[in-house]
Ligand binder design. Structure first.
Ligand code: HEC
Length: 134
C-alpha cells in the first residue's frame, strides 16, 4: 500500500514538473513577444527587463528538467544548449537593447527565436510553433 502511494506521488510530481515546464515555456513565448513590442515602442529599459524575465522562464524550465529524450529515445542534456543560447543570441539581444539599437535588436530577436527552435529540434520537438517576431 505504501509503495502504491509512493508511486502515485512520484507520478503526480513528474507530471507536475512537466506542467510547470510547459507553462514556463509558454510564458517565455509571451515575454519574448512583449519584449519585442516594448522595444518597437521605444521603451528600451522595459524591453530589457522583459527580456530578462523571458530568459528566466527559459532557464528555470530547463533547470527543473535538464534532460530530455531526443529522437531515437536517447537522453539529451540540454544545459549546454541553454548556455549556447544565453551566450549567443540572448547576449546579443541584451546588448542591442542596452545600446537602443533598433537594427541590431531586430536581428537579435530573430536569431534568438531561431535558437529557441533549434533546442526544440534537438529533442525532437521541431513541431513546437513559435510566433513570428513582428
Ligand atoms: C535549451 C533548450 C530550450 C530552449 C533554448 C528553449 N526551449 Fe522551449 N522547450 C524546451 C523543452 C525541453 C520543451 C518541452 C518541455 C516539456 O515538454 O516538458 C520546450 C517547450 C516549449 C514550448 C511548448 C510548450 C508546450 O505546450 O508543450 C514552447 C511554446 C516553447 N518551448 C517556447 C520557447 C521559447 C519562446 C524559447 C526562446 C525564448 C524557448 N522555448 C527556448 C527547451 C528549450
Amino acid at each position: 500500500m505504501k509503495r502504491i502511494i509512493l508511486l502515485s506521488t512520484s507520478i503526480a510530481l513528474a507530471s507536475c514538473a512537466s506542467f510547470i515546464n510547459t507553462h514556463r515555456m509558454h510564458a517565455a513565448q509571451t515575454k519574448l513577444q512583449a519584449a519585442r513590442k516594448l522595444q518597437q515602442g521605444g521603451q528600451w529599459d522595459a524591453a530589457l527587463e522583459m527580456a530578462e524575465r523571458m530568459h528566466s522562464s527559459v532557464a528555470k524550465s530547463i533547470e527543473t528538467a535538464p534532460t530530455h529524450k531526443g529522437p531515437g529515445g536517447i537522453l539529451v542534456d540540454i544545459r549546454p544548449l541553454l548556455t549556447g543560447w544565453e551566450t549567443g543570441p540572448f547576449a546579443s539581444l541584451k546588448s542591442a537593447l542596452q545600446k537602443h539599437d533598433s537594427h541590431s535588436a531586430t536581428s537579435a530577436f530573430a536569431s534568438l527565436r531561431q535558437q529557441c527552435m533549434n533546442c526544440h529540434a534537438v529533442i525532437g520537438k521541431a513541431d513546437i510553433k513559435l510566433q513570428e517576431i513582428p
